[in-house]
Design a binder for this molecule. Structure first.
Ligand SMILES: NC(=O)c1ccc[n+]([C@@H]2O[C@H](COP(=O)([O-])OP(=O)(O)OC[C@H]3O[C@@H](n4cnc5c(N)ncnc54)[C@H](OP(=O)(O)O)[C@@H]3O)[C@@H](O)[C@H]2O)c1
Length: 268
């Protein structure tokens, strides 16, 4: 099945920068009308301007996805501008570079609030609206390859991503009878502001997650954006942008000891 995206609308959280911005731009190139949100207006306006200057349609909504009712506010704004959204991409998120035993309860709750609870609130509200409109749709969440394995100092982050992944797996089965597709997105290391934001939240200048990753496993935000839009056209359960990493996650399930041995040299 191939879906014609022309004229359909897409909501993207965290659409001002990185993967969210690139997805919005590629989607607009495919004819989608895009509603973006984030806490900072300047990057959102920049993405909107890039889309409009190429003849596309986009609006920006300034909000914090962790605020109560922000999901309703965002979906109302999208609906008012472009009608009921066809697709909603819960992409806003951040990292934390911290060993699990050094992570405070407050830090764990804060990262779950943005990465997991905000994803749940948005996708659940979008699903309820799509069900009542009886016209199907597509829900996506930006998880990570770290939803399937973890590495030292990224346990809290990986836990939020595994939780998003599980949410998508269940929603996919629950919403199928309503014609609603659900996909999880699993990028590998992607050159974005993500690493600066994670370092700032962790109070460190720890950039090892990107500096020590072999170039083969580092990609651009646009590559992820293109993969997401391909999935919007031809819906499938999961979006992976590295076949090799995907295979490694499958091998880890069968041979965890072997996998730990390969990962342990990162524990410095
Ligand atoms: N970069 C990677 O290597 C990588 C790999 C796998 C998965 N991911 C996932 O990809 C997603 C996008 O990250 P990215 O790499 O594109 O990094 P990014 O450029 O830092 O993008 C994160 C976006 O989320 C927005 N955001 C953060 N907190 C928010 C909040 N409370 N309310 C509203 N918006 C918020 C940020 O905008 P404001 O600051 O203006 O709010 C920003 O636009 C994240 O879920 C991340 O976990 C990234």
């Amino acid at each position: 099945m191939t879906i014609d995206l022309k004229g359909k609308s897409l909501v993207v959280t965290g659409g001002g920068t990185g993967i969210g911005a690139e997805t919005a731009i590629v989607a607009a190139e495919a004819g989608m009308r895009v509603c973006l949100c984030g806490r900072r207006m300047p990057p959102l306006e920049e993405t909107v301007e890039r889309i409009r200057s190429s003849g596309g349609e986009a609006i920006a909504v300034k909000l914090d996805v962790t605020d109560p009712d922000s999901e309703s506010h965002l979906l109302d704004a999208a609906e008012e501008a472009f009608g009921t959204p066809w697709a909603v991409f819960a992409n806003a998120g951040r990292g934390l570079n911290r060993p699990v035993h050094e992570t405070t309860d407050a830090e764990m709750q804060a990262i779950f609030e943005v990465n997991f609870f905000a994803t749940h609130r948005l996708l659940a509200e979008a699903a309820r609206r799509m069900i009542s409109h009886e016209q199907g749709g597509h829900l996506l969440a930006c998880a990570s390859c770290l939803s399937r394995f973890s590495i030292p100092r990224h346990g809290p982050y990986a836990a939020t991503k595994a939780s998003q992944d599980m949410l998508c797996q269940a929603m996919r089965l629950e919403l199928k009878p309503h014609g609603i597709h659900v996909s999880s997105v699993h990028p590998i290391t992607t050159r974005t502001e993500f690493f600066d934001v994670a370092a700032a939240h962790s109070g460190t200048s720890d950039y090892r997650a990107i500096e020590e990753t072999p170039k083969l496993f580092v990609q651009s935000g646009r590559r992820v954006g293109k993969a997401v839009v391909r999935c919007l056209r031809k819906p499938r359960p999961e979006v992976w942008t590295s076949g090799m990493v995907r295979m490694a996650t499958a091998a880890r399930c069968l041979f965890p000891k072997l996998f730990d041995g390969k990962i342990k040299n990162l524990n410095r």
